[in-house]
Design a protein around this ligand. Structure first.
Ligand SMILES: [Zn+2]
Ligand SMILES: [Zn+2]
Ligand SMILES: [Zn+2]
Length: 395
């Protein structure tokens, strides 16, 4: 129970705000853009009514409190982002290995790590498959064909990590910008459908109704999105099977990693969102995950190719990033000319422009493409967890 007369900005969830205030002096010293607050806040023990914590800005030099901005983005506030990344790692690893009040037995619950990709909207220059890896030859093609716009549809180069060409289309006229941003805008719906489909597949494999599945098995998720260099959104998800009690409730012995992985693999191919076609209102465009979906078992017993630490670190890394990997801009635009204030790549400008243009059409109103143009059409959380996945830390 708490009382306050502060109009605290909603930078953090309500339960975490007092904790943030308590840490304010230390953390705000590092934050790049601390927020000034005037007022007071108290927290009472719900049982005794005793004041257990109190802060008052009038006790502070200058009469205001400095609280950290709490921004998760590396690009916006590196110190706050570092805290957020650390918290995300802790939450993820606790859900795989135990800790922070979660029993270590959670490590015996089957877990998989899924990467849901975007389909192709036109050929782009390719870099190394993994950080530090050897770059493959970009797009070798016999006879070096040209597209209808006279641009080469092949590229014999090996683009090293950091090469600005990576992710840029071979021909911007061939690239389907409208399709790409409609895909990004459909990711939240595709993600929800995939979650439901995973449960449906599990029930079908076990020969149970979905209702009885819920009595035996709970599927928990920790998800994060990643912008690829080509401006399309990927989803990475840790998916764990428990009994209905969640992390503290041992998984049924019949719910193994093979069952879970099979259900997720089958679930990825089903979701599809249908929207009016941007070039032909009489037709439809169907948006689905790309064919490169990858579902791997998270190993807790050995330090292997994909162990729990790697998965948690991977997710935490993406949780603090936005569109910067694509050469994007960090804030919403109010008019298309706002783009001139930012150093965005030509490819990103075309993606943002596609959002802006489609936003004026009645059939796409629900996608709120103008509001989310700076995120290349994607709206929604960058990292989310289902309620029983793990602990919740401050911030
Ligand atoms: Zn900050
Ligand atoms: Zn190339
Ligand atoms: Zn072309």
């Amino acid at each position: 129970m708490s009382e306050h007369d502060l109009s605290l900005p909603s930078l953090t969830p309500p339960a975490a705000r007092l904790a943030v205030l308590r840490q304010a002096e230390d953390a705000a010293g590092c934050c790049r853009q601390p927020v000034r607050l005037r007022g007071w806040k108290r927290e009472h023990d719900p049982a005794t009514g005793e004041v257990i914590a109190a802060v008052d800005s009038s006790d502070q030099p200058g009469g205001y409190l400095l609280i950290p901005c709490g921004n998760r983005r590396e690009q916006v506030c590196p110190p706050c982002s570092k805290l957020y990344k650390g918290d995300t790692y802790q939450v993820l690893i606790a859900g795989l290995r135990g800790g922070h009040g979660i029993p270590e037995d959670v490590a015996s619950h089957p877990a998989v790590f899924a990467t849901l990709t975007a389909p192709s909207f036109g050929p782009v220059h390719r870099g190394p498959r993994r950080p530090g890896g050897q770059p493959p030859q970009c797009r070798p093609r016999r006879g070096r064909p040209l597209c209808e716009h006279g641009m080469p549809m092949s590229c014999g180069q090996r683009h090293e990590h950091g090469d600005p060409a990576i992710g840029q289309p071979l021909c911007s006229k061939c690239f389907d910008y409208a399709g790409a941003v409609l895909f990004n805008a459909s990711v939240p719906a595709l993600r929800d459908q995939t979650t439901q489909e995973t449960r449906r597949q599990l029930a079908a494999t076990l020969g149970l109704s979905q209702q009885s599945l819920r009595r035996h098995l709970r599927v928990s998720f920790g998800k994060v999105i990643e912008y690829q260099r080509r401006g399309l959104v990927h989803v990475h998800a840790v998916i764990r099977a428990d009994r209905p009690g969640g992390a503290a409730d041992p998984a049924p012995p019949w719910a193994g990693t093979r069952l879970l992985r099979g259900a997720v693999l089958a679930a990825v191919t089903t979701p599809a969102i249908t929207l009016p076609h941007p070039a032909d209102p009489a037709a439809v465009i169907t948006l689905a995950w790309g064919s490169q979906a990858d579902v791997r078992v998270v190993r807790r017993d050995i330090d292997g190719e994909l162990d729990d630490h790697k998965v948690a670190a991977y997710v935490a890394t993406y949780a603090v990033k936005g569109t910067e990997q694509t050469g994007g801009i960090p804030v919403p635009i109010r008019r298309l000319s706002d783009l001139d204030d930012w150093k965005a790549t030509g490819h990103v400008r075309r993606l943002i422009t596609a959002c802006w243009q489609l936003s004026h059409r009645d059939e796409y109103q629900s996608l709120r493409l103008a509001r989310w143009a700076h995120q290349l059409g994607y709206r929604g959380w960058f990292s989310t967890r289902s309620r029983r996945y793990s602990v919740t830390l401050s911030g």
